[in-house]
Design a protein around this ligand. Structure first.
Ligand code: SF4
Length: 345
């Protein structure tokens, strides 16, 4: 695994660290507050335009404490308004961030954010896992995706569901999301972190009562199949994951969403739906069904729409709250992780 950059940038610092750095550069602690407000609330990304700061300090900040460290390497726009960014960070690592406008255009957009450069989990249906893990993203690199996403259009929600497994970079992620929540003012109910659900890590996270919603990618009710679909969790039973999810609900009081990528002919039978309903009966949780969005390397497997509806109906008939989320932006490179895969392979 590559090491993250050691020289901290502006977005890597919390308020206290930022104040100390501003003082070290000849400014005052309150200058740091002004700058943070300009960046996080107003979206200003250049110290030189912050005329409330002394001119000398602005120059030193511009030279020594960059706000953005990434470069936009690519951008694809789908006809439904979805924009996918490929952002290159220091050391040559690149991640994807996707801006998905609400179908009702006046309701803002959902931003899909990455937590790692690459992913070590290796789900066979996912482009992001094809190149393995390069490194964890820094706190600042996670926040930078929010700033770049908001520059495309106002955000109403975000999901940490892009490249990477959030629980494997939890410290940087939690600290970045605190800034997103408190300084960018995206409320805790509007931020969802999606994980494959490593039980011990999930319990530790729950005990800290973080300020976001949780989704767990389950993908199957069957142990043997989950070992194949989520290889990094091979040997961890579905029940162990569900018990950790129960623990999250007990500790935080927030219901879990179980994500289920429907792979045609693999995990989309009515028997799977019945066994999934059995697993979830009595639990405070809903299911989000995601019909598979094919990647070039795995072109088959998109389930038939009538199968998707039948699967959902089995869950509903058994009292399980279920919704279907068809992927947006189906043009080339629109599936999860494809832009990065094609840029780096
Ligand atoms: S689906 Fe998620 S956890 Fe699985 S390889 Fe892709 S990014 Fe990693």
């Amino acid at each position: 695994m590559a090491s993250p950059p050691t020289e901290p940038a502006f977005l890597d610092l919390d308020l206290q660290e930022c104040q100390a750095r501003f003082v070290a550069l000849g400014g005052k602690a309150f200058h740091a507050k002004i700058a943070r407000e300009r960046v996080f609330a107003a979206g200003e990304l250049d110290f030189e335009s912050m005329t409330a700061l002394p001119a000398g300090l602005r120059g030193r900040l511009s030279e020594q404490l960059p706000i953005l460290t990434g470069t936009e390497l690519g951008r694809t726009e789908a006809s439904d308004g979805t924009t996918k960014l490929l952002i290159g960070f220091r050391g040559g690592d690149a991640v994807e961030t996707v801006h998905i406008p609400s179908l009702k255009r006046d309701r803002g957009a959902t931003l899909c954010v990455s937590s790692q450069a690459g992913c070590p989990v290796g789900c066979p249906f996912c482009a992001s896992g094809k190149l393995g893990l390069s490194r964890n993203l820094t706190r600042g690199e996670i926040i930078e995706q929010y700033l770049r996403g908001r520059a495309i259009g106002e955000l109403s929600r975000s999901v940490v569901m892009g490249v990477g497994e959030p629980l494997l970079n939890v410290e940087n992620l939690v600290s970045a999301l605190e800034t997103v929540r408190t300084e960018m003012k995206l409320g805790a109910r509007r931020i969802t972190v999606s994980t494959v659900g490593f039980p011990d890590r999930l319990r530790r996270l729950a005990s800290s009562k973080p300020h976001f919603q949780l989704a767990i990618s389950l993908h199957t009710p069957d142990d043997e199949q989950r070992d194949r679909l989520v290889p990094a969790m091979a040997g961890t039973s579905v029940e162990e994951v569900l018990l950790a999810g129960d623990d999250w609900f007990e500790q935080t009081g927030r219901e879990i969403t179980y994500e289920y990528v429907l792979l045609g002919g693999e995990n989309d039978s009515l028997g799977h739906a019945e066994r999934l309903a059995d697993r979830l009966r009595g639990r405070r949780a809903g299911v989000n069904l995601i019909p598979y969005n094919p990647i070039d390397e795995e072109p088959d497997g998109r389930p038939r729409p009538d199968h998707v509806e039948d699967f959902k109906q089995v869950l509903l008939d058994r009292g399980i709250v279920a919704t279907v989320r068809w992927s947006r932006g189906m043009q080339s490179d629109a599936a999860c992780g494809q832009l990065r895969l094609h840029a780096q392979s």
